[in-house]
Design a protein around this ligand. Structure first.
Ligand code: HEM
Length: 417
């Protein structure tokens, strides 16, 4: 068999004159002429080992590694198989030249064919191994996805059970109180009005829950439409803060608009959704800030705003900066590990129905902010030391981008105590 060794340089030339024409060869030969010159040498070394007759573990491992190099460069197995055809054809030509027609040539031809089969099998083993690894990874991925789906479905079921309960409570009040009135069981006109007020606020609460559920339905179906235009944040703040003054007052909380003496630039937003987000954050802040114990300073909920210039933050799609709002409270806070979860659908952070409401507000707010091109998050506020929820909205074009620090003009900014 050594007689064939003198043909190996020619084999290498023939091989590398043909395989660069394989359809995806241009992707795998990235090293130019120098790589091809090197590969001509390694191909000869490979072919020489074919004839050495020692097919032990080290030999198999070496072939496996050569196959593995091809897997790694992204060469499909079928090209290795067809390239082996080039080697096979060349070596049978050499046998014809080297040996006269005889049993010896036939024996050598069979031996060469077996050696090439063996090598091809060894090289292809790495392809099988790589496929198995891929399958295993895919399987793990599917198992994980399956577990996530089961978890999501469980959260959704729990959520449905909780929301159904939440819906029943105000409905029962509405039914119970109206029945009392209809059955004439109220003694005075004042008593009747008191019950009607409860009916009204239960109906309002119910409407809020139904609206949240409808919003989530739209968001989940990808049908949440927003009408983005230039909006004056001052108007939104001025029309939203009064809605929260009564609940804040009932808990003796200070409500501070720290933006009051600052000029705020226009933002690109859907005004109704902008108000909804702000109201949601403010309601949460009031809900989770307990009234002060006797002798303690009053709890406090503040709104701040400042401009983030385009150079300071990942710019909005049109290259403008953002206006960042913060709702800061001195309430019960939220643990670090729960901060992401409160923005997820059907996952209850501390803002769950235990405190009333659908528990969907933050998830809805996040989607709305994202649709409008901004971001939302929770900062500092470890459990017990209050929470800061912030969100950003893109600045309208041509808005001044001066950096305005958060205003701290508490006494003048106080809305109501
Ligand atoms: C019977 C078929 C083939 C044999 C015997 C063979 C042999 C070899 C050998 C011995 C090496 C060197 C491996 C090392 O240094 O560890 C190598 C590397 C390489 N082969 Fe092949 N080859 C075959 C088919 C192909 C085909 C069809 C292509 C492309 C169309 C190809 C592309 C390459 C490339 C790009 C490398 C370099 C890989 C790297 O740098 O890691 N080979 N081949």
């Amino acid at each position: 068999m050594e007689a064939l060794e003198k043909y190996l340089p020619e084999l290498a030339e023939r091989f590398y004159s043909q395989i660069p024409h394989h359809p995806n060869a241009f992707r795998v030969f990235s090293g130019g002429d120098a790589q091809i010159a090197r590969l001509k040498q390694t191909l000869q070394a490979w072919a020489k080992a074919l004839f050495c007759g020692v097919y032990d573990h080290a030999y198999a491992e070496e072939r496996y590694q050569i196959g593995y190099r091809h897997v790694r460069v992204g060469l499909e197995q079928k090209y290795v198989i067809s390239a082996m055809g080039i080697v096979r054809a060349f070596l049978s030509e050499c046998l014809l030249l080297e040996f006269p027609a005889s049993d010896v040539r036939l024996r050598y031809a069979r031996a060469v064919s077996k050696m090439l089969d063996l090598d091809l099998n060894l090289m292809c083993e790495s392809y099988m191994h790589a496929s198995m690894q891929n399958l295993r990874a895919l399987n793990e991925h599917l198992e994980r996805a399956n577990r996530d789906l089961a978890e999501a479905s469980r959260s959704k079921d729990e959520f449905l059970a909780q929301v159904s309960h939440e819906l029943r409570t105000p409905l029962n009040s509405i039914l119970g109180f109206t029945k009392l009135i209809l059955d004439g069981l109220t003694k005075t006109r004042d008593e009747e009005r008191e019950l009607l007020r409860d009916v009204f606020s239960s109906a309002q609460h119910l409407l809020g829950l139904v609206n949240d559920i409808l919003d989530i339905g739209r968001i989940e179906a990808g049908r949440m439409a927003v009408r983005v235009e230039d909006v004056d944040p001052r108007e939104v703040l001025d029309s939203t803060l009064p809605l929260i003054t009564i609940p804040a007052h009932e808990k003796s909380l200070e409500l501070c608009d720290e933006t009051r003496n600052t000029e705020l630039p226009l933002v690109r937003a859907d005004e109704v959704r902008f108000r909804q987000i702000l109201l949601n954050l403010l309601s949460n802040a009031v809900k989770f800030t307990p009234p002060a114990a006797p002798g303690e300073p009053a709890g406090r909920v503040s709104v701040r705003a400042r401009v983030l210039p385009a150079s300071d933050a990942p710019a909005a799609p049109d290259g403008h900066g953002f206006l960042r709002f913060e709702v800061v409270d001195t309430g019960v806070g939220i643990q670090e590990e729960k901060r992401e979860a409160v923005f997820e659908l059907f996952v209850q952070g501390s803002a769950g129905p235990r405190h009333g409401g659908s528990g969907l507000g933050l998830a809805i707010s996040r989607r709305l902010v994202q649709i409008m091109g901004g971001a939302i998050g929770i900062e500092n506020g470890d459990a017990g030391s209050g929470t800061t929820v912030w969100f950003t909205l893109p600045l309208a074009p041509n808005q001044a981008e001066q950096v305005a620090p958060f205003a701290h003009e508490k006494p003048a900014a106080r809305v109501r105590k």
